[in-house]
Design a protein around this ligand. Structure first.
Ligand code: NAD
Ligand code: MG
Length: 390
């Protein structure tokens, strides 16, 4: 019986993970759940999975949950300390890191420092603090299992092979809802247009990141840390069907890929049960019915966020944390209709240009870079809304 903590249990990944877990009650026991603000769903999950400890973002929500659950309430904590307690101090052996954004960093790192294995969906953790996280993994002798479908595909395509035989990684990207949209039309796209992803159903932030292709940029940085390869050995192909989840090219020209229908349950289940494969009730991949698969290079003019992510990875140190935080602020502003779609890349570019990257030393420095970047992004947005160029 594997004891699990699910951070971000009410999100898209959290809910899919719990669906797998409930199909295998003899294998998994949920000991901790955490959520942001989706109080009703969290309460339902608590009644169903009976965790020992729970964390929510705010004390008022914690109080309401305690009241509503009465005598059957588990320990209910709040804020970052609550998240860290669920991740690091619970009896979990594995932590599913599925909070969205940089908020996932501290609890994920705390889990690693407590020696727990992590099923990592929260790519922002590795983007913001890759070197710190990877040295903590090594120091504490735990393992990071990628949940992101591309990284799970690469992880699977690397199994049984020697790392020094790898020539490059090829991450696939659907291209999002605007892959065929003329560049001049992008100025007027709405949050609703950007949230209509053609292949995957995901949380709002990652869906916007897919539309700008910042998601692929964050994944390039994630792949750099997970697989220890430099930026020039990590390429991106647009693959509209999202069937080939990613590939590894070896020095002899062999390319090994992992394929499947686009459903996050496959990579989540593999991370939970590695090295075993759990039977999942998913429709089979029917390549004959599909007939053709397509691949092409991303257009850097249209997908500037992807280029900005490569730029931040090459600048190294605090630059990726700054990229990530500026992106979070810009995406939030776009979703709230305070900026247009194309401004997302402008804002990130502006903030990166103001930043002098420093080599990463510790978590506090990452958090400081994150805070600085959020402030800088907010002031760029404010200046734009007042028509001042900054
Ligand atoms: P989501 O928005 O659906 O869910 C996020 C979860 O985190 C929710 O439970 C929410 O309550 C919680 N949360 C949000 N902000 C929080 C905060 N400040 N403090 C504590 N909890 C907070 O997001 P998602 O789509 O499930 O994505 C989660 C992570 O997984 C992201 O990092 C994303 O990039 C990654 N990921 C998602 C998918 C996908 O298919 N959804 C695929 C690959 C990777
Ligand atoms: Mg992905």
């Amino acid at each position: 019986m594997k004891r699990l903590a699910i951070l971000g249990s009410t999100g898209s990944i959290g809910v899919s993970a719990l669906e797998i877990i409930s199909a295998y009650p003899e294998r998994f026991k949920v000991v901790a759940l955490t959520a942001g603000r989706n109080f009703d769903l969290l309460e339902e999950q608590i009644r169903l999975f009976r965790p020992e400890v729970v964390a929510v973002q705010e004390e008022t929500a914690a109080g309401l949950l305690r009241e509503s659950l009465g005598k059957s309430a588990p320990e209910i904590l709040c804020g970052t300390t609550g998240l860290i307690a669920c991740a690091a101090e619970s009896s979990a052996e594995m932590v599913v890191s599925a909070i969205v954004g940089a908020a996932g960093l501290e609890p994920t790192l705390a889990a690693i420092e407590a020696g727990k294995d992590v099923a990592l969906a929260n790519k922002e953790t590795l983007v913001a603090a890759g070197s710190i996280v990877m040295s903590a993994v090594e120091k504490n002798g735990c393992r990071l299992f990628p949940v992101d479908s591309e990284h799970s595909a690469i992880f699977q395509s690397l199994e049984g092979h020697r790392k020094h035989d790898v020539r490059r990684l090829i991450l696939t990207a659907s291209g999002g809802p605007f892959r065929d949209c003329p560049a001049e039309d992008l100025l007027n796209v709405s949050p609703e247009d950007a949230l209509a992803h053609p292949n995957w159903s995901m949380g709002r932030k990652i869906t916007i990141d897919s539309a700008t292709m910042m998601n692929k940029g964050l994944e390039v940085i994630e792949a750099h840390w997970l697989f220890d390869l430099p930026a020039d050995k990590i390429d991106v192909h647009i693959h509209p069907e999202s069937i080939v989840h990613s590939m590894v090219e070896y020095v002899d020209g062999a390319v090994i890929a992992q394929l499947g229908i686009p459903d996050m349950k496959t990579p989540i289940a593999y991370a939970l049960s590695y090295p075993e494969r759990l039977p999942l009730n998913l429709p089979p991949l029917d390549l004959c019915q599909l007939g053709r698969l397509h691949f092409h290079e991303p257009d850097p003019g249209r997908f500037r966020c992807l280029s900005l992510a490569y730029q931040a990875l090459r600048a190294a140190g605090t630059a990726p944390a700054v990229l990530n935080a500026a992106n979070e602020i810009a995406v939030e502003a776009f979703l709230e209709r305070r900026i247009d779609f194309l401004a997302i890349a402008d804002i990130i570019e502006n903030v990166l240009s103001q930043h002098r990257p420093l080599p990463l030393t510790d978590l506090n420095q990452v958090l400081a870079a994150d805070t600085w970047s959020r402030e800088a992004a907010r002031s760029v947005i404010m200046a734009r809304s007042h028509g001042v160029s900054k």
